[in-house]
Design a protein around this ligand. Structure first.
Ligand code: GTP
Ligand code: MG
Length: 252
């Protein structure tokens, strides 16, 4: 029975910070997760969930890198486009996160890597407390300008593999200006796994986020639904728009 004493008890440990890492295929999501595990595992109790469509490749990569004890890295095989499992129906991921949190309680941080998808894929706030969106210079300097919910409104945008910019003819300064212009003041991190100072900036950002989460001052925000898109029909099609404000739908 609930007593007065029980109801006024202060919890000794907040739920783990659930931090999503999304972005197009091959931009460096697993490498970012590996960096965070290696750098923060002595400060925080960490677990990892990976998402792949048909395999557990990312989980096997992280286990082989020795970034955490192997049992703390679990794979979800989505069997479908990654965005379906991180946004449309998060059940598989939520169960995996809850199992991990129960088996290794108390965890401080659970990192959830999305399968590589396209620029429209973001996590549901029902699954994560905050999310990082990863793009890279090798995908082209204009990607930042192309925008989308992850680029525009993820908690952190990483412009990754900056060590490669000169080899792929990308004007990094311009790409970073475009990224900042797309984000209304939200943070942008120029990052490379070959540049330890940038890895430190990433870890410091996660430390600050965890502190805000633990103190109850971090408010999870939804980067928003997919951008308006076009469905062709025999009559010439209609525009199906998922806006942010009042979820307007435009059909014509
Ligand atoms: N030069 C360079 N290569 C990087 C960097 N980060 C990742 N890579 C390489 O990019 C390739 C893809 O990296 P991953 O971390 O597997 O990328 P991912 O986004 O997890 O890939 P998927 O899960 O398949 O979508 C690998 O060959 C990495 O070694 C970086 O900062 N610089
Ligand atoms: Mg990966």
């Amino acid at each position: 029975m609930n007593t007065q004493a029980e109801s006024t008890q202060t919890p000794t440990h907040t739920r783990a910070l659930r931090l999503g890492v999304a972005g197009p295929v091959g931009t460096g999501k697993s490498s970012v997760v590996a960096t965070l595990c290696r750098s923060l595992r002595h400060e925080f109790q960490i677990g990892v969930i990976t998402n792949d469509i048909y395999t557990d490749e990312d989980a096997r990569f992280l286990r082989s890198e020795g970034v955490l004890p192997i049992e703390r890295i679990r794979a979800v095989e989505t069997g479908a486009c990654p965005h379906t499992a991180i946004r449309d129906d998060v059940t598989m991921n939520l169960l995996a996160v809850e199992d991990l949190e129960r088996d290794f309680a108390p965890l401080d941080i659970v990192l959830i890597e999305s399968g590589g998808d396209n620029l429209t894929a973001t996590f549901s706030p029902a699954l994560v407390d905050a999310q990082i969106f990863v793009i890279d210079v090798a995908g082209g300097g204009d990607v930042a300008r192309k925008g989308g919910p992850g680029i525009g409104r993820a908690d952190l945008l990483i412009v990754n593999k900056i060590d490669l910019a000169e080899y792929v003819d990308v004007d990094l300064a311009q790409m970073l200006r475009d990224a900042r212009a797309a984000r209304n003041g939200a943070p942008v991190l120029a990052h490379s796994k070959k540049q330890p100072d940038t890895e430190k900036e990433l870890c410091d950002w996660v430390r600050r986020l965890h502190a805000a989460h633990a103190s109850g001052t971090h408010t999870p925000t939804d980067p928003g639904p997919m951008a308006p898109h076009f469905h062709a029909t025999e009559e010439g099609g209609y525009v199906h728009s998922h806006g942010n404000d009042q979820h307007p739908h435009t059909h014509r």
